[in-house]
Design a protein around this ligand. Structure first.
Ligand SMILES: [Zn+2]
Length: 304
């Protein structure tokens, strides 16, 4: 299951990563503050469909857009897109609805990184960083075949790495965060102010491609900011692979050369030469495969 700020997606995923069933619901289908009820309803629906198919559910994995105490399966306090989940012991709550199948909860992009590593673009990589550029900016870090959650479990928040120490205030309480320049929400807000009319992030990229100079200035700024943010990853971790995904990544695909040129201006050449960068077109299946990859990873890890 993937809990997003607007949609919760759930799927029945086979051990080889095939998505057998998919379902989704608006996160606040029953009004603001009701994400938990929506999660439980989707879980019940998918459990029924599994029974109807004669499929045994071996585990449930949930990705949440914020910080998570993955050992306890409890949501942390920084969960800006579904604040009602803050502090909820989600694994325990959902476990009560299931007959014995374990429930694992993690940050949504950690789950997505595991899916890319298990079945997707990061297969076989020893180290991998996934940056998801959408409504917000999330990251998942895999080092030497292990998910790097940080000492307290709250690491991996590369969207909130400051790239401008005097920059604008961020929802996280910091300033000049990478997210403030490259998330879909922030791109739309900046371009709306500059163009004097409401535009979406995807429109900004379309306008720039069509020759609009103001839109292109915003795109140039996105490439510079993301180049600086990716240099933090390249210089700090020098992973085998960086994967960019999400709606903004999709818009950046035609601008790959520009983004690489920007990154080259900030990163060490030898580190950059040994880190591969892949920009994915969004894959809807990938969101529900994240939870499944989390189940697989955690069952193996905890058995070891
Ligand atoms: Zn921030």
């Amino acid at each position: 299951m993937d809990v997003g700020g607007t949609t919760i997606a759930a799927g029945l995923v086979a051990a080889d990563g095939r998505v057998l069933e998919q379902d989704q619901a608006p996160t606040h289908a029953r009004g603001l503050g009701t994400a938990l009820a929506t999660i439980e309803e989707l879980l019940d629906r998918l459990s029924d469909r599994a029974r109807a198919r004669g499929v045994v559910v071996t585990g449930v994995g949930v990705g949440v857009p914020g910080t998570v105490d993955a050992e306890r399966g409890a949501v942390g306090v920084d969960v800006h897109y579904a604040p009602e989940l803050a502090g909820v012991p989600l694994a325990e709550r959902l476990g009560r609805r299931l007959s014995g199948a374990p429930v694992f909860v993690d940050n949504d992009v950690n789950a997505l990184a595991l899916a890319e590593w298990t079945w997707g673009a990061g297969r076989g990589a020893r180290s991998l960083v996934v940056l998801a550029l959408g409504t917000g900016v999330g990251a998942g870090i895999l080092l030497d075949g292990r998910l790097h959650r940080g000492h307290g479990g709250f690491g991996g928040e590369l969207g909130h790495v400051p790239i401008d120490f005097d920059g604008p205030p961020c929802i996280c309480g910091g300033r000049g965060c990478l997210k403030s320049y490259v998330s879909g929400t922030d791109i739309a807000a900046r371009a709306t102010a500059r163009l004097g009319r409401p535009v979406s992030a995807a429109e900004v990229f379309r306008l720039a491609a069509a020759g609009d100079r103001t839109a292109d200035e915003t795109v140039a700024e996105i490439c510079r900011a993301l180049g600086a943010g990716l240099a933090v990853v390249v210089n700090g971790l020098n992973p085998e692979l960086i994967v960019l995904t999400g709606s903004v990544a999709k818009s950046l695909r035609p601008l790959e050369a520009r983004l690489r040129a920007s990154l080259a201006g900030y990163a060490f050449a030898q580190a950059l030469a040994t880190t591969r960068l892949v920009i994915l077109a969004q894959d809807k299946d990938a969101t529900v495969r994240g939870g499944a990859a989390l189940v697989r990873y955690e069952m193996e890890r905890r058995a070891a």
